[in-house]
Write a protein that binds this ligand. Sequence first.
Ligand SMILES: *[C@@H]1O[C@H](CO)[C@@H](O)[C@H](O)[C@H]1NC(C)=O
Ligand SMILES: *[C@@H]1O[C@H](CO)[C@@H](O)[C@H](O)[C@H]1NC(C)=O
Ligand SMILES: *[C@@H]1O[C@H](CO)[C@@H](O)[C@H](O)[C@H]1NC(C)=O
Ligand SMILES: *[C@@H]1O[C@H](CO)[C@@H](O)[C@H](O)[C@H]1NC(C)=O
Ligand SMILES: *[C@@H]1O[C@H](CO)[C@@H](O)[C@H](O)[C@H]1NC(C)=O
Ligand SMILES: *[C@@H]1O[C@H](CO)[C@@H](O)[C@H](O)[C@H]1NC(C)=O
Ligand SMILES: *[C@@H]1O[C@H](CO)[C@@H](O)[C@H](O)[C@H]1NC(C)=O
Length: 407
Amino acid sequence: MWKGIFPAGLLSLGLASQTSATLLYVSSYAGTVTTLRLTLPDDGSATGAAVTTLENISNSTGCGPNPSWLSLDYSKNFLFCLDEGFNGPYGGVTTFYTGDDGTLDTLDKLDVIQGPVSIAEFGVGGSGLAIAHYSGSSVSVVGFNAEGNLTLLHNETYALEGPGPNPERQEAPHPHEALLDPTASYVLVPDLGADLVRIYQADASTLGLTPIAPLTVRPGSGPRHGAFKVTSDKTYFYLVSELGNTITGYEVTYNENKTLSFDELFYIPTHGEERKLPEKTGAAEILVSPDGNFLIVSSRWEDSFNISNFDPTNSTEIPSDPLITYSIDHATGELTKVQEFAAGGRVPRHFSINADGNLVAVALQGDGRVVILDRDVKTGLFKDYIAYADIEGEVTAAIFREDYHTI
Ligand SMILES: *[C@@H]1O[C@H](CO)[C@@H](O)[C@H](O)[C@H]1NC(C)=O
Ligand SMILES: *[C@@H]1O[C@H](CO)[C@@H](O)[C@H](O)[C@H]1NC(C)=O
Ligand SMILES: *[C@@H]1O[C@H](CO)[C@@H](O)[C@H](O)[C@H]1NC(C)=O
Ligand SMILES: *[C@@H]1O[C@H](CO)[C@@H](O)[C@H](O)[C@H]1NC(C)=O
Ligand SMILES: *[C@@H]1O[C@H](CO)[C@@H](O)[C@H](O)[C@H]1NC(C)=O
Ligand SMILES: *[C@@H]1O[C@H](CO)[C@@H](O)[C@H](O)[C@H]1NC(C)=O
Ligand SMILES: *[C@@H]1O[C@H](CO)[C@@H](O)[C@H](O)[C@H]1NC(C)=O
């Protein structure tokens, strides 16, 4: 959906070089969802004078006090925001209408079980949200209609018979993500507290989730997030575990009886090789690049780099955690490390990649900053920091909206 916007003011200045703009939405525990506008010189037409800018153009407090996650439905111009609701008794889901000018208008808000942290949109035409609730030990399904109105359809709360090997973090089930499989027929929910990936058959017409046999992972590993990769004849699933700081690779089989089987391919440290990491280190986000050739994970509370301050007048270096990139072998699903790159600051809880794969936005929870990284699509290597924005509070997610262009 290409939307051409031609601001008369700019045209009348007779600018020769074109720029294109992309919007980003950023959530923060400070209670805000902020719209940033990233303006880049267009390839081939940049005259050298053009600069990259990342501006805070709009903000909303409509999500509630503790925004934890954002999910965009491009086709309907809906942005869904989760409120973790630290002070309870409920968490929340909000539907925003995304204006082309960056504004976010609240369409509806629904109280849900406390602690929602991730959404998988599913259902015919996009009509349901599967939601993982970390502190509430639950999974729920919320339906929405064409007006963005939200309705609770189902919730399920889990319990443990006893604490897991890490009793501090595994005192209860902690569903950490809801993720749709590539066939849009299953929802997967890594549960950090239970050392399981819960699996459900997802009914696209009724929005029902039917639990099937879960994937059991190593005790104490604390699975957090996952990512799929599909080749012409295989499906791989990569799971990042926060407590164990590991990546597990699986080959997925779709069984005739509508269950999934997982054959473990490897189990490796997040950094690829054994390394002494600070005690508190916690792996966070994982994604496969749009071309399917690379896997990127983030790690937190390492301070494994010192980098130049983003304030050019400040010569004091700042600490940074890493983003770790692997290439994926299509035939075997195996990973080969290609780079560790400083994420741009502390605690990269979330990051996202644009459709072209040449830009990555990193949400740095520890520094209240969003950084845009320039990435070489062919080699998978990060090259540089091309823009940043300071955001009030702990930043929890940063996502691209790319159907917005300007000249
Ligand atoms: C943020 O929101 C407040 C309240 O709606 C508004 O006054 C302010 O101008 C907004 N800031 C930006 C940069 O849009
Ligand atoms: C949709 O939600 C809005 C905001 O909560 C509410 O005013 C409106 O009545 C709802 N519409 C329907 C059809 O439920
Ligand atoms: C969870 O679902 C039950 C019905 O099964 C409902 O009574 C309850 O209100 C739901 N909880 C929340 C917080 O929505
Ligand atoms: C479904 O099929 C798989 C593979 O044949 C088998 O391992 C599993 O036990 C079956 N599950 C059920 C519930 O029948
Ligand atoms: C970063 O700089 C600090 C302060 O000089 C130092 O203590 C720390 O060891 C450095 N970290 C790395 C990874 O070089
Ligand atoms: C320079 O950066 C350091 C590290 O972020 C910070 O502690 C310090 O306050 C900054 N100094 C000024 C003058 O902004
Ligand atoms: C965006 O800018 C507005 C206006 O300066 C400010 O009120 C708001 O706090 C900023 N948002 C963030 C998240 O920093």
